[in-house]
Design a protein around this ligand. Structure first.
Ligand SMILES: Cc1ncc(C[n+]2csc(CCOP(=O)(O)OP(=O)(O)O)c2C)c(N)n1
Ligand SMILES: [Mg+2]
Length: 599
């Protein structure tokens, strides 16, 4: 049996489990891992500038491709605590990442050694497993178990903490005798699926709510096939966006309090039955549960048994992997179709389409400073269907969710539940590593951009080219808007006179200089007509220099974006679209003069 350091066995297992990239920041307590990584030569390492950045890169990497598991690495003490936000964000969105930390030697763990912190205890509620491995011979088993857990059931992150002496100790290990553990995923039975289909058949205005579980299960094609078979419109959640293309006739829009369309909410409110698959009834999707559930029946399909009934009691709950359930749904629906047992849904589908055509918000504004809505209109013009968008939180992300278009799974990469500021930039870098050929477009407000801005240097150093749309209102815009309820505008302003950059006109940070200082390219846009040319120029710069390109659009300082506390009470702050030219890049082009509002 080969003898080797326990940490070399760990690196061999990473390789065997399919890991080809890692994101991290070295330190003394994790140097044995870096030595083993160098020796192996099979795993490329991206050196982050902040350990939180490494964790978000790992998330972006996982979220981009089926089967990917992002690995983030840090030393003992503050490196682990820096990565907690990434663990939280990954856990919240059911994303597997593996976080590996160094630790003080076992004999000194309780002596308040330099940078010795009980990271496993701290990370426990954020992970499927968080463990400090105390026995060197347990290192292979810990990694084997980690991959098993990350891939089984509801996916999620794992943290493995390795004391220095444990990493260095010699063990017997033979990678040829190593086998990844079988992955466990519950599957719906035919009887369960038939019951759900009977309920769907009894409904007059049914909908499918498609969650991120469908994307995790790589089952978007099955979803579309099933929806087409039964001819039932689909409302994707924020995490499920892209599971059905925005321009599909059965794509009914998104529902929710913020990242939603007027037609999505109206369709949900008009429905009498909802089949939720791989979703979790997030509160930004449902709003008040009375409004959301009144007058309709629900089936909830989730891979995690304890998710059923967590938010509200469905009429039927089924524990299943979304893909396994959809396979059965397709099979059963085909049989019902062949037997002529499926109902004609034409009328209901047409009503949903009519709402999608007519209940639009205006995007075409010519104001200077630019109104944010116009930015998304120009992005729709500039970026094709294969664009992978990356965003986290803020008015920027919310308006992006309302106005952008997504056509493919894993092309809206968003920290849905945790919404940590700073996430966008490093996550976009992780996306670039996972799919170097992709057009990656990140979307940030100025504050999100500034949060982990040092990671731009990583993009320049490692040639990870993407376009970063920076919508600058010099405000913590979302929080400013929320403070209207308190009648304050307090601690949310980012404006100041920059003594070095009078040209930013009191907007504070000179993002162009910052980006250039980091080795990236940057353009600043002040007028609506300049946006599209700048986006085209950014594509050229990207191709030429292979570094991140920032396009900053100076926005008007105060724009309130449509949102509310109930899905039947979303507040609109701008006038709505009343002619085709008000929303020229809306998915279903307005029927110009024949517009009939349904609300
Ligand atoms: C770590 C963290 N702290 C605070 C928040 C709360 N928060 C959400 S959006 C936001 C302001 C975002 O400002 P910006 O990125 O400029 O976007 P804008 O809303 O102006 O478009 C804040 C502070 C958060 N999401 N994450
Ligand atoms: Mg802002």
């Amino acid at each position: 049996m080969p003898r080797m350091k326990a940490i070399s066995a760990a690196v061999q297992i990473l390789q065997r489990e399919g890991v080809r990239h890692a994101f991290g920041v070295p330190g003394a307590a994790i140097n044995p891992f870096y030595a083993a990584l160098r020796e192996s030569g099979a795993i490329a390492h991206v050196l982050a500038r902040h350990v939180e950045g490494a964790a978000h890169m790992a998330e972006g990497y996982t979220r981009t491709k089926v089967g990917n598991i992002g690995v983030c690495v840090g030393t003992s003490g503050p490196a682990g605590t820096d990565m907690l936000t990434g663990l939280y964000s990954a856990a919240a969105d059911s994303i597997p990442i593996l976080c590996i930390t160094g630790q003080a030697p076992t004999a000194r763990l309780h002596k308040e050694d330099f940078q010795a912190v009980d990271i496993a205890a701290i990370a426990k509620p954020l992970t499927k497993l968080a463990t400090t491995v105390l026995e060197p011979a347990q290192v292979p088993g810990a990694f084997q178990q980690a991959f098993h857990l990350m891939r089984s059931g509801r996916p999620g992150p794992v943290l493995i903490d390795l004391p220095f002496d444990v990493q260095m100790a010699e063990i017997s290990f033979d990678i040829d005798a190593y086998e990844p553990l079988a992955v466990h995923k519950p599957a719906a039975t035919r009887a369960q699926v038939d019951k759900a289909l009977d309920m769907l058949a009894a409904a007059d205005r049914p909908l499918i709510v498609a969650g991120g579980g469908i994307i995790n299960a790589d089952a978007a094609d099955l979803l579309v096939e099933f929806a087409e078979l039964v001819d039932v419109p689909v409302i994707p959640t924020l995490m499920g966006w892209g599971a059905i293309p925005d321009d599909h006739r059965l794509m009914a829009g998104m529902a929710g309090l913020q990242t939603s369309q007027r037609y999505g909410n109206a369709t949900l409110l008009a429905s009498d039955f909802v089949l939720g698959i791989g979703n979790r009834w997030a509160n930004r999707h449902t709003g008040g549960l009375d409004t959301y559930t009144r007058g309709r029946r629900f089936v909830h399909i989730d891979i995690e048994p304890t998710q059923i009934g967590r938010v509200f009691a469905p009429d039927l709950g089924i524990v299943s992997d979304a893909g396994a359930a959809l396979e059965r749904f397709v099979e059963a629906a085909r049989e019902r179709k062949a037997a002529g047992r499926l109902r004609d849904r034409t009328g209901w589908v047409e009503q949903c389409q009519e709402r999608k055509r007519t209940m639009l918000r205006r995007t075409h504004f010519d104001d200077v400073p630019v109104k944010p809505q116009r930015v998304y209109e120009e992005m729709n013009r500039a970026f094709g269907k294969d664009t992978r968008y990356v965003s986290t939180i803020g008015l920027s992300q919310i308006a992006g969710g309302q106005f952008l278009h997504v056509y493919r799974p894993r092309h809206w990469i968003n920290a849905g539940q945790a919404g940590p500021l700073g996430w966008t930039l490093p996550a976009a870098l992780g996306v670039c590593v996972a799919d170097p050929e992709a057009t990656v477009v990140a979307l940030s407000g100025d504050y999100d951009f500034q949060f982990l801005v040092e990671e731009l240097a990583v993009g320049a150093q490692f040639h990870l080219p993407y376009i970063h749309i920076l919508v600058n209102n010099s405000y913590l815009g979302l929080i400013r808007q929320a403070q209207r309820a308190f009648d304050i505008d307090y601690c949310v302003q980012l404006s100041f006179d920059n003594v070095n950059s009078p040209e930013v006109g009191g907007y504070g940070v000179d993002h162009v200089k910052v980006a250039e200082g980091m080795g990236c390219k940057a353009l600043r846009v002040q007028e609506p007509g300049e946006i599209l040319p700048a986006l085209e120029e950014a594509k050229k710069l990207l191709a030429q220099y292979r570094v991140p390109v920032v396009v900053e659009v100076i926005l008007e300082r105060v724009t309130n974006i449509s949102m509310g506390t109930e899905i039947d009470n979303i507040v609109e702050f701008e006038e709505l679209a009343s002619r085709g030219e008000d929303a020229p890049t809306a998915i279903s082009a307005l029927n110009l003069d024949q517009m009939q509002f349904l609300d």
